[in-house]
Design a binder for this molecule. Structure first.
Ligand code: HSE
Length: 314
């Protein structure tokens, strides 16, 4: 009797890219929500998508145009398996939310397919396949959602062609607060508005903040994390896309947050706070959106999640 799997389902968590000061290179996983992708063997060569359910909206069913489909095509091209893949995607992450929805589908697809093949690939190889899928959605090869969704926790990625991934330790007392206002904001649009050049003084400030933030994480230095938790390059350009941004951020800081910024390309906002302050920060942020008649979803999560994993197979 063959013990080979015929199908496999993977869960891939949502994620928050940039973390204020690490545009396109730093992100953390949000294990409270995510996408589930089931990949099955088929006799047909290639990749098919037989269903997309959940909070999907309209997603392309042509695999070359779909983030998860494109990732599987990249994996197939590299590994040349003797069978094709059919895929069903259950979206738990709203599109255009700034919570890494396209990355999660891409990561879920490659993790499930890797399990079907007997796990020939390390996570770093899977990262490269998933990056091809993410590029379909956003038009750019950025990794700050793919890497945390795959590896879990707070992740720094250096390099694109030969990416190096470093999971950064976060002081255990810190929680992430995430508030998703019910609006759609296309990543492509939020990238298209960004200036192509940066002032030298802003470059120095942002570099200092990134270095300070990461060293603060490694040394449990909460003051250093708080002081360096400021994006002086991207956030000033994007905040006009999010109604009430300044007030939501001010409310979070007033409630004791260590920092608050845009999650990925927005419109979701996130804050980091000490565990005893997290609920108060959440309520302060929610209150600002609700006072503008904007409904929200909200989560408080730890920062030590395991990343994408196989949750069922047969
Ligand atoms: N780093 C990307 C951006 C994340 O901010 O455009 C998109 O989710």
């Amino acid at each position: 009797m063959s013990t080979e799997l015929t199908w496999s389902t993977a869960f891939a968590p949502a994620s928050s890219g940039n973390v204020a000061i690490g545009f396109d290179i730093l992100g953390f996983a949000i294990d409270a929500l995510g996408d589930r992708v089931t990949v099955s063997r088929t006799d047909r060569p290639g990749v098919t998508i037989s269903g997309v359910t959940g909070v999907a909206g309209h997603l392309p069913s042509d695999p070359a145009q779909n983030t998860a489909g494109r990732s599987l095509l990249a994996l197939q091209e590299a590994l040349q398996p003797a069978f094709g893949f059919d895929m069903r995607i259950e979206k738990g992450i709203a599109l255009g939310s700034g919570l890494g929805g396209s990355a999660a589908s891409a990561v879920g697809a490659v993790v499930a397919a890797n399990a079907l093949l007997g796990a020939p690939c390390e996570k770093l190889e899977l990262l490269k396949f998933a990056m091809q899928g993410e590029a379909v959605a956003s038009g750019s090869l950025h990794v700050d959602n793919i890497a945390p969704s795959l590896f879990g926790g707070l992740v720094l990625t250096v390099g694109i062609d030969q990416p190096r991934v470093k999971r950064i330790p976060v002081p255990q007392c810190i929680r992430a607060v995430i508030v998703h206002p019910h609006m759609y904001l296309a990543t492509r649009q939020a990238r298209a508005i960004l200036r192509r050049s940066v002032d030298l003084s802003d470059f120095v400030w942002q570099t200092a903040n990134l270095a300070g933030f990461i060293s603060g994480c490694y040394t449990d230095d909460l003051d250093m994390i708080r002081e360096s938790f400021q994006d002086v390059v991207i956030e000033p350009q994007r905040q006009a896309l999010i109604p009430g941004f300044q007030e939501v951020r001010a409310a979070a800081m007033g409630a004791g947050a260590l920092g608050c910024s845009i999650s990925g390309a927005g419109p979701s906002l996130f804050a980091w706070a000490l565990e005893p302050d997290a609920q108060r920060v959440l309520e302060a942020m929610r209150g600002q959106f609700v006072s503008r008649s904007i409904h929200v979803d909200e989560w408080v999560v730890g920062l030590a999640s395991p990343g994408a994993r196989v949750v069922a197979s047969g």
